[in-house]
Design a protein around this ligand. Structure first.
Ligand code: NAD
Length: 486
């Protein structure tokens, strides 16, 4: 199958005001297959003028969309959910091609991403304010929820579909219109999604998708326009900081889902085999290219050797190859730069004294592959412990006390996810309370769930996606004071 089988010829254009069109000047850019570097498709390359057209379309649609019945918006999302389910295989192949992940992982992402449409189709009809008596008696206090207005969504390449549905689902449910700028490395899944939402009955102009190679120019222009009322960004902390600075002029609402440096903490009382299973998910989901990926393995000295050997055995058996091929467990990284960055972190860690138990190199040949790697005796100050690895590498550092584990875990500017393995319930609770992060998995390597609030603290950003909290990011509260006697 090729990308052209899923997306029609027009569907590689810009989606603005309900129509597919070319970019101003007809410019396009290439989308590559990371398994061999070949060109999969060419996609329209939006200019600043195109982006402003997309914002015009979103602004024009906003008032009418905000007036629609919540049930109507709910049913559009539900129809989109059904259509995505029916096309899950094609969407998974498309994502596997453009991003490299295996078909099984891509199917997992389709299912996970689609849950946000189901969840927010259910939340759309439960938006409510409150009515209460003034504590001093007499008058009444009312609150009314309203959509924030036109939004800009900027999404990353690692989960091309789910990072979109996590924003689009609640925005549709709340009655917001939007301009979506997908990552230039993986725009195809978002274009497919735009077609599906249109088919599900989303009115023209509510969702506009503008792939581009001019991300900074476009976001700068859009954020300078006071009609834009919300920016939700998922990506690196460096770009997030830039967007937060830019938001100071027009002060749109801002949500930031940024980088992570998750600790995976294994205590001496834990079930080591279960921890190995959890580590395989927390580390290897998406080839390690996940913001929630276990980045630092902090393991009690008593179980470190056993855990490291068992993990290395499992990691060493994984088959690396093209994501669409049968029997492959680990696809390529997204681009050559990513392989060089992972390799440099491993080389530096080894230089600082780490031992390689498995992997540690990139295979020869075309494509951007890296072997699943386990490092033991990693120096706590090695750069691999402070940077997001974004690859299939598990560095192990040992500790001896709970206090030391907490201090090491929190010794990072990031605060997205953490994983804790212990059989001691009170310790698990203490850890959840003392770790500086937005999400904690206890004896679990998988935390993402549409019904849960996803997000971070510190340099991992602010705002939550999913759960009951997710829709609040797209709602404003108007307080209405009523006098006594009404
Ligand atoms: P990135 O910051 O390079 O790019 C993210 C998006 O921002 C892309 O669409 C890109 O085109 C756009 N962009 C780049 N420069 C920009 C600029 N100057 N102005 C406006 N937009 C710009 O990140 P990436 O490499 O695509 O994604 C990986 C990063 O995303 C990792 O740090 C990862 O941890 C993070 N991430 C976070 C979450 C989360 O929910 N917290 C989820 C997935 C990925």
């Amino acid at each position: 199958m090729s990308a052209h089988d899923v997306l029609g010829p027009g569907q590689k254009g810009l989606f603005i005001g309900g129509s597919w069109r070319e970019a101003e000047g007809g410019e396009t850019f290439a989308v590559h297959d990371p398994a061999d570097g070949s060109v999969l498709a060419r996609v329209a390359d939006a200019t600043v003028g195109d982006a402003m057209d997309a914002l015009d379309a979103a602004v024009a649609a906003q008032a009418g969309w905000a007036r629609t019945a919540p049930r109507h918006r709910s049913e559009i999302l539900r129809r989109a959910f059904e259509l995505i389910n029916a096309r899950a295989h094609d969407l998974a192949e498309l994502m596997s091609l453009e991003m490299g992940k295996t078909i099984a992982e891509a199917k997992g992402e389709v299912a996970y991403g689609n849950e946000f449409f189901r969840w927010f189709s259910e939340e759309a009809v439960r938006i409510h304010g409150r009515w209460m008596q003034n504590p001093a008696g007499g008058s009444r206090l009312l609150t009314v929820k309203k959509p924030v207005g036109p939004c800009l969504f900027v999404t990353p390449w690692n989960f091309p579909l789910a990072m979109g549905t996590r924003k689009i689902g609640p925005a549709v449910a709340a009655g917001c219109t939007m301009v979506v700028k997908p990552a230039e490395l993986t725009p195809l899944a978002m274009l497919a999604l735009a077609g599906i939402l249109a088919e599900a009955g989303l009115p023209d102009g509510v969702l506009n998708v503008i792939p581009t190679t001019r991300a900074a120019d476009i976001s700068t222009a859009l954020m300078a326009d006071d009609r834009l009322r919300k920016v939700s960004f998922t990506g690196s902390t460096a770009v997030g900081r830039q967007l937060v600075r830019q938001s100071a002029d027009q002060l749109p609402r801002v949500s930031m889902e940024l980088g992570g440096n998750a600790p995976f903490i294994l205590f001496e009382d834990a079930d080591v085999d279960a921890a190995v299973e959890g580590a395989m998910v927390a580390k290897m989901r998406n080839m390690g290219e996940a913001c929630t990926a276990a980045n630092r393995f902090l393991v009690h000295a008593d179980v470190a050797q056993e855990f490291a050997e068992k993990l290395a055995t499992r990691m060493g058996k994984l088959v690396v190859g093209r994501g669409q091929d049968a029997g492959v467990d680990v696809g390529p990284l997204i681009e050559e730069k990513a392989v060089r960055s992972v390799d440099q972190l491993v080389t530096d860690a080894v230089h600082d004294g780490a031992r390689v138990l498995t992997g540690g190199t990139a295979p020869d040949g075309p494509g951007f592959f890296y072997r699943p790697t386990v490092l033991i005796d990693v120096h706590p100050e090695s750069e691999i412990n402070s940077r997001e690895i974004f690859g299939p590498v598990a560095p192990i550092v040992t500790f001896t006390t709970e206090e030391e584990a907490v201090a090491r875990a929190n010794a990072t500017e990031y605060g997205l996810a953490a994983y804790v393995y212990t059989r001691d319930l009170s310790r698990a609770i203490r850890m959840a309370e003392s770790l500086e992060c937005g999400m904690v998995g206890i004896n679990s390597g998988l935390i993402s769930n549409a019904a849960a609030p996803f997000g971070g603290v510190k340099a991992s950003g602010f705002g939550r996606e999913g759960g009951f909290e997710g829709i609040e990011e797209y709602l404003e509260t108007t307080y209405v004071a009523l006098p006594a006697g009404w």
